[in-house]
Design a protein around this ligand. Structure first.
Ligand SMILES: Cc1cc2nc3c(=O)[nH]c(=O)nc-3n(C[C@H](O)[C@H](O)[C@H](O)COP(=O)(O)OP(=O)(O)OC[C@H]3O[C@@H](n4cnc5c(N)ncnc54)[C@H](O)[C@@H]3O)c2cc1C
Ligand code: SF4
Length: 483
């Protein structure tokens, strides 16, 4: 694949039609749509990290040469996780692709907590279909009962384990093969998933990697990619964003553009606005994420681990309901690999009689949990940890396990641990109709600088229970197609 990657010192002089900051989910899915409409626009992508092939990542057992923890100063009670490099989170993610539920967009009006989104499920439904097509998502056709869809999944669903087939027979309307951007059949040079469960570093390419699977972007003649370019500020005058200021190899650069697209993740994007003095809507506040917990069900006489991928099923009985006025919605991922657990050691000979589950729990976003600019080179994070809303949701989720998994021969339920981060970042540049309480509008345009667009999960006003990247991709496809 011909990828035109240049150093900052080699960039042509003169302005650009579009400068895109960062190259993760938000930026790349925006470009996928935008390039189709504007094949003649001169577009520059400024990416802090380097370009590392999938093979490089597998060989080095890391997604990036930059340790992301050195790019933040975490003063809070919980961890965060992201990847710095060409492709951003499309390199390190695990390929889980849940859609949000239609009611997730209406949390405030339905349940009196959180915020309503200024867009609805129907507004992005066609882009969910398109995002799944770009990523070759494998999924269960009958999940359309919960998440309305107008096109079939591009790949057939992954094979459920015998344990999960019992759950499916018991709960046909709420338990489904989990949707995944992991192939069940080979596509081009991408091999089908072989279920070894190291999906952040997938050796077969079964899992979607943008650096391999979005050739339309990398080969676009009107696109220039500059790596090793850390953006510091956006220069603006009145209501117009003028230029992007960035540093590379110790030198300062300025790239002028008619449209600036900010897609530098939910921690660095607000920091760039703060450093620029673009403070409308309070960038950086309402930072948060959902909770991810890991549980093992010990099985009495039944073997597990014969499913078709790493995370095989998802159970949706409690992703929505009036209980959301009191605690978070919950979703169970049933797991078929050693991602969140391992073989059973005790008693001997029953090593496969264990059923690992990941539970995601929605949390609320709070103003005081924030990315803060303290005048240093890197953003400071202040966060008080998961709230009571999430902790009560977790208690609720654990209490429902005997009911939800009643078709299994449960010997005991062991709560293993709340993970220090679910690897998702939301809310620091949230979208909304009110410019005093949100940073961007329903089109993801900045309320005050109308040629500044924000893409990525930073614009999410709530966490929902669902993994975020498919929704981020769908929203970005939409703004790229309509701006
Ligand atoms: C280990 C792991 C597993 C995950 N698994 C899943 C999953 O299975 N399903 C799911 O839905 N989500 C998953 N996620 C979350 C997913 O990666 C994020 O939701 C998604 O990447 C967010 O997209 P984004 O565009 O907001 O940011 P990113 O994809 O992080 O992109 C930000 C880009 O900006 C660049 N950048 C940052 N600062 C600057 C700067 N100052 N100047 C220039 N460039 C900059 C970064 O290098 C990067 O390229 C996972 C995340 C991790 C870490
Ligand atoms: S289970 Fe294996 S083959 Fe499948 S996506 Fe994960 S790492 Fe790749």
């Amino acid at each position: 694949m011909e990828m035109d990657v240049v150093a900052a010192s080699e960039l042509q002089r003169g302005g650009w039609d579009v400068v895109v900051i960062g190259s993760g989910f938000g930026s790349l899915f925006f470009l996928h749509s935008y390039l189709k409409r504007h094949p003649d626009h001169r577009i520059l992508v400024l990416e802090w990290g380097a370009s590392h092939s999938r093979q490089w990542q597998v060989d080095h057992q890391t997604n990036s040469a930059v340790d992301y923890q050195t790019t933040i100063s975490n003063h809070g009670e919980k961890d965060w996780n992201f990847s710095i490099g060409l492709g951003g989170g499309t390199n390190c993610w695990q390929g889980m692709t849940a859609r949000m539920h239609p009611h997730d967009f209406e949390l405030k009006s339905r349940y009196g907590v959180g915020l309503d989104w200024p867009i609805s499920y129907d507004d992005i439904a066609e882009y969910y279909d398109l995002a799944e097509t770009v990523m070759n998502v494998a999924g269960a056709p009958d999940a359309g009962k919960v998440f309305p869809r107008s096109a079939p999944f591009p790949q057939q669903q992954h094979h459920l384990s015998r344990t999960e087939r019992l759950i499916k027979a018991d709960r046909p309307d709420t338990f489904f093969a989990a949707p995944q951007a992991k192939l069940t059949s080979n596509v081009g040079t991408r091999g089908a998933c072989c279920n070894n469960g190291t999906c952040s570093l997938c050796p077969t390419g079964a899992r979607f990697y943008a650096i391999e699977d979005m050739a339309d972007i990398w080969e676009a003649p009107n696109l220039t990619i500059c790596t090793g370019a850390r953006v510091r500020e956006i220069d603006f005058s009145g209501p117009i964003a003028k230029a992007v200021l960035f540093e590379s190899e110790g030198r300062e650069y300025r790239a002028e553009a008619d449209l600036i697209v900010l897609g530098a993740n939910g921690i660095h994007s607000p920091f760039i606005l703060q450093q620029s003095g673009i403070l409308g809507g309070d960038p950086g506040s309402y930072l948060g994420e959902k909770m991810l917990t890991f549980v093992e069900i010990m099985l009495d006489g039944m073997d597990h681990f014969d499913g078709g991928t790493a995370t095989t099923g998802f159970e949706l009985s409690y992703i929505d309901g009036e209980f959301r006025s009191r605690h978070g919605a919950v979703q169970y991922w049933t797991n078929n690999s050693f991602l969140w657990g391992g073989l059973r050691l005790d008693p001997p000979g029953r090593h496969r009689q264990v059923f690992p589950i990941g539970i995601t729990v929605e949390d609320l976003l709070y103003k005081e949990n924030a990315v803060v600019d303290t005048g240093n080179k890197y953003p400071v994070i202040e966060h008080s940890g998961f709230s009571d809303y999430a902790m009560k949701g977790l208690d609720f989720a654990i209490s429902k396990i005997p009911e939800v998994f009643s078709s299994l021969p449960i010997e005991s339920v062991e709560l293993r641990r709340v993970l220090p981060t679910a690897d998702h970042i939301h809310g620091s540049l949230r979208m909304g109709d009110d410019p005093t309480t949100s940073v961007v509008d329903s089109s993801q345009l900045h309320h005050h600088l109308r040629n500044l667009l924000v893409v990525g999960t930073s614009v999410f006003p709530t966490t929902s229970w669902a993994v975020p990247s498919l929704t981020c991709a769908a929203m970005s496809l939409k703004v790229g197609a309509t701006i």
